[in-house]
Design a protein around this ligand. Structure first.
Ligand code: DX5
Ligand code: ZN
Length: 229
């Protein structure tokens, strides 16, 4: 997993058919996904519940790219080893999930996974200023986490601040929530390189008719890359 700042599309399987995750993952990868984004929710940190380590371990068998696991849970630390065992490549914890994000990022890296830190819309960029050297990815939430299909909240100022703070460190900036061909260029121009998208990727397609997934991903990528030329 070499580091680069090229635009990467990471479909969120929160918008997939929950009875057919294996085929859905294979379909989005065949249609051009760069990473697979897995949204873990606990019904406590966020008001919704998805899946836990055994399901994520089952997903792993189908992922050939990068399994990007976004934990919307609190606490995080008791579950880090379980997600390492499940095969996460990147494990992202929210800075709001507990008082010890520094310790959490150290613990994630100690397992060999890449460490991500996520910021809710109400949390300032400065919240991660002292953990940059423990971080491989900063996830900027552009919705309040918990549900797919919500409207984009403009966080471009925060993304610009983070991009400047990062300097030449090999840290990805990921955008999560409401990413579409309309919103993607705004965040890429501000410095983001990983675009999570659920509803905008899965709309109009299915495991039996996955071509729309590819059309949708190309629309986001083309719009986002358009501003880089
Ligand atoms: C929100 C999740 C997102 C979500 C994105 O809590 O973290 O990954 O699935 O969905 P869309 O792209 O539909 O906003
Ligand atoms: Zn997510």
């Amino acid at each position: 997993m070499g580091f680069n700042r090229k635009v990467k599309i990471a479909p969120s399987i929160l918008s997939a058919d929950f009875a057919d995750f294996g085929r859905e993952i294979r379909a989005i990868e065949a249609q051009g996904a760069d990473w697979v984004h897995v949204d873990v929710m606990d019904g406590h940190f966020v008001p919704n519940l998805t899946f836990g380590p055994p399901a994520v371990a089952a997903f792993r068998k189908h992922v050939t790219t990068v399994m990007d696991v976004h934990l919307m849970i609190a606490p995080v630390d008791p579950y880090i080893d379980a997600y390492a065992q499940a095969g996460a490549d990147i494990l992202t914890a929210h800075v709001e999930a507990g008082p010890h994000i520094h310790r959490t990022l150290q613990a994630i890296r100690a397992t060999g996974m890449k460490a991500g830190v996520a910021l809710n819309p109400g949390t300032p960029a400065e919240a991660v200023a002292h953990v940059l050297d423990l971080t491989d990815l900063i996830c900027v939430m552009t919705v309040n986490p918990g549900f797919g299909g919500q409207s984009f909240i403009d966080m471009t100022t925060k993304v610009r601040t983070l991009r400047a703070m990062i300097g030449d460190r090999p840290i990805h900036i990921e955008i999560d929530g409401g990413v579409t061909p309309q919103t993607a260029p705004l965040v890429v121009q501000a410095g983001a390189d990983v675009l999570v998208a659920g509803s905008a990727v899965f709309k109009g397609g299915s495991v039996d008719d996955p071509a729309p997934y590819g059309v949708n991903m190309r629309a986001i990528r083309t719009a986002a890359e358009g501003i880089l030329v």
